[in-house]
Design a protein. Structure first.
Length: 318
């Protein structure tokens, strides 16, 4: 009988329940040390485990199932280098989650991986992450951290999916790495306090309005590498960076619109940004050519930052 009980106990340790709740009951401090006998954290293993505040994931774990820690009480989590795959919703709606560190084994951040985490402040992605899928961090980073939340993208990142960071209010500044090839629709939309964007990317397929409703994002703080080449998902389509950023792109190139010309950030910088044209000048030139142009004699600009110069009629002068 004793041997049978020991065998049943061993089997319970080797299994990873997928029925939701607390697969292992946290101790009095809310801590769980996952056994090194586990190789997988099953789907929903700690889904809704509100008493779980911290966890150690051993380097025997190679996969984390869908919703494994969803709606748990985790405050921070480190995913070790041994983990290769993570299921959708793995850290979804963890109301106390402040920081996430993802190890070097993960290449894909899944759909709604850590969405709806208002208190999230710090995100460190492993150096081998190549894709951030749709809605991965939507409606997260919404706290009042001084200086904004910290989000650093790895240099090998290739894809940022649709609405990946939509509604993440407290992300103030981002740099799109040179490796990025695809930027999804509304990728950073409705980020009310986003102020600075720097594009190191040179060859980028961009869906429409990745910065839609980013009310704090000023034209002069959206900087582009001078060699940038942006194309659209389909030929003969026009995409806008967002209603507050004066750039439109087609497969023929990008243009500063609405009376904004291309200005060099500094004499030593390789970046450009759209800057307002003064009264009496206009610009429709592509980013590669630059600068506002004065209206020639016999024409005038109807108002500051107007896109085109208007020819004078009888009784008028330019």
């Amino acid at each position: 009988m004793l041997m049978l009980r020991s065998l049943l106990l061993l089997l319970s340790l080797l299994a990873t329940p997928s029925s939701g709740g607390c697969a292992i009951t946290p101790d009095g401090s809310g801590y769980v040390d996952i056994p090194s006998t586990w190789t997988t954290i099953a789907e929903r293993a700690f889904d809704g485990c509100g008493s779980l505040t911290s966890v150690t994931i051993p380097d025997t774990i190679t996969s984390i199932g869908a919703a494994a820690f969803a709606e748990s009480g985790l405050v921070s989590v480190t995913i070790p280098d041994s983990v290769l795959t993570i299921g959708d919703y793995a850290l979804d709606e963890c109301g106390s989650l402040v920081s996430i560190r993802v190890g070097s084994g993960v290449r894909v951040i899944p759909v709604k991986f850590a969405s709806s985490n208002d208190r999230l402040e710090s995100l460190v992605l492993g150096p081998n992450v190549e894709e951030i899928q749709d809605l991965a961090f939507s409606k997260s980073f919404r706290g009042s951290t001084a200086g904004g939340a910290s989000v650093i993208f790895p240099q090998g990142l290739k894809v940022i999916g649709d609405a990946a960071f939509i509604g993440s209010f407290n992300v103030r500044s981002i740099t799109i790495p040179r490796s990025v090839e695809s930027l999804g629709k509304l990728a950073f939309g409705a980020n009310l306090f986003l102020e600075h964007v720097t594009f190191d990317a040179e060859n980028l397929v961009m869906a429409d309005s990745p910065f839609y409703q980013c009310g704090s994002l000023l034209h002069k703080n959206v900087l582009y590498d001078k060699n940038i080449r942006i194309s659209t998902p389909a030929a003969n389509t026009t995409v806008s960076w967002g209603e507050n950023v004066a750039v439109q792109c087609t497969n023929e190139g990008c243009v500063c619109k609405g009376g904004y010309g291309n200005g060099v950030q500094s004499k030593t910088s390789t970046y450009f940004s759209c800057v307002p044209c003064d009264a009496g000048s206009s610009s429709t030139d592509p980013l590669s050519q630059g600068e506002c142009e004065l209206c020639v004699e016999g024409t005038y600009a109807e108002k500051p930052q107007t896109q085109t110069c208007t020819k004078c009629t009888a009784g008028e002068y330019g």
